[in-house]
Design a protein around this ligand. Sequence first.
Ligand code: GLU
Length: 493
Amino acid sequence: MPIRTRIAPSPTGDPHVGTAYMALFNQAFANSQGGQFILRIEDTDRARSSAAAEEAIFQALRWAGIEWHEGPDIGGGYGPYRQSERLEIYRRHADELIGKGAAFHCFCSAERLAEMRRQQQANGDTPRYDGRCQSLALADVRARIERGEPHVIRLATPEDGVCRFADGLRGSIEIPWRQVDKQVLVKSDGFPTYHLAVVVDDHLMEISHVLRGEEWISSTPKHRLLYDAFGWPMPAHFHLPLLRNPDGSKLSKRKNPTGLDYYRRAGYLPEALLNYLALMGWSMPDERELFSVAELAAHFDVQRIATRGPVFDLAKLDWMNGQYIRALSTDEFMHRITAWALNRDNLAPLAPLVQARTERLSDVLGHVDYLLGDRRGLSDADFEHKTLSSADCRRILHYAGQRLDELPSWQRDALYGALKSLADAMGVKMRDFLAPLFVAISGRAVSLPLFDSMAYLGRDLVRARLRDALTALGGISKKEAKRLERDYRQLAH
Ligand code: GLU
């Protein structure tokens, strides 16, 4: 049987380091077996998906050195590879499920579902659909659809017994059917949910091995039901451990940089990043730590994938990146520096700002050091201010971070608008409000204009700098974070 693996990222938000991690293992496995590795785009969430985010995934994965054999951008024999272009296929399959009694139409209103969930929670039960529409008479269902009543399609699940399935890394897994929700398969807008689309696509694209994150283990019984209902063999499933923050929680942007763009901009070599990611979930038979993607594929054995959640350790990544940088020839080193940031395209947006402030060409580096490299380390003394206390600064930085995370796009004017309205809502004069942000971003009180600097640095680097600044100010305790969270929600948006 030909080996075919895939990743299926959703084009929502910035390309995530976890996507490169999953891609790396799927690619290594396919390449180790002479198989094919496929990139599929899961853009069924219409409100959150965007073409720009999809393009950013292609670029970020390519930068990292991931190469796919089939995908929306390069085509292949199993397309289309974008789920939004496969709606007719899902519709046909949803009809087949209805015909077989494996799925049913549901007309329950959002209010009824919310009330049901509230009651189940009050009784200490796991919220799940109670099955009311499952017993509707066919004629009734037809009439309501004809009347144009909004509805979804849900998966019919057994009430009793246990679902058993094999996980290639973890052995046999058992989940009682009573814990499995009658999942929505087709939303009221006619788009499929992940659960229907993933099964249909993995089957039609002849995926032989699914290597995906462990957060999908609890969904696998739903997928098992669907494979059985269609009469399809289920591909082998391997649930890989998720990357974790040092405190054991799932890697999150609040605690660690998670965007691939951050690692590119901060000056990591892609081959060092991939080596590091490989080491997080796998070990070489001889335990050596430095190895290339090709060496990984040459020695790859799924059974060596770890099942314990690896902790993302930036210090270790720095060490590894240093090893890679020092192993480059001088020529290659110079080439990497130019390709990284010191090139015309990358400097062009800064040129007019710098030129207007330059008397001697030697002034230039002093203007852009914090934009091309890092800014100097900060201490709480840097934030001293005539009217703002350290607690005020922490509040401003924390809220600003929050507000910026809510911004869908990252442009100078949008950044300004978002922070101006935040300052107004907080009742802080804009000049005072910006003071701690200036220090957090540039490491000094005067720099190139703040909003141009933030636009240039990008979301990931700005988020990292705000987080570092908060650490320099003593950090935010869990209790303070809770209080800030509550107060923030009360501010007018
Ligand atoms: N869109 C899902 C994710 O990115 C895909 C999960 C899967 O690989 O099945 O987590």
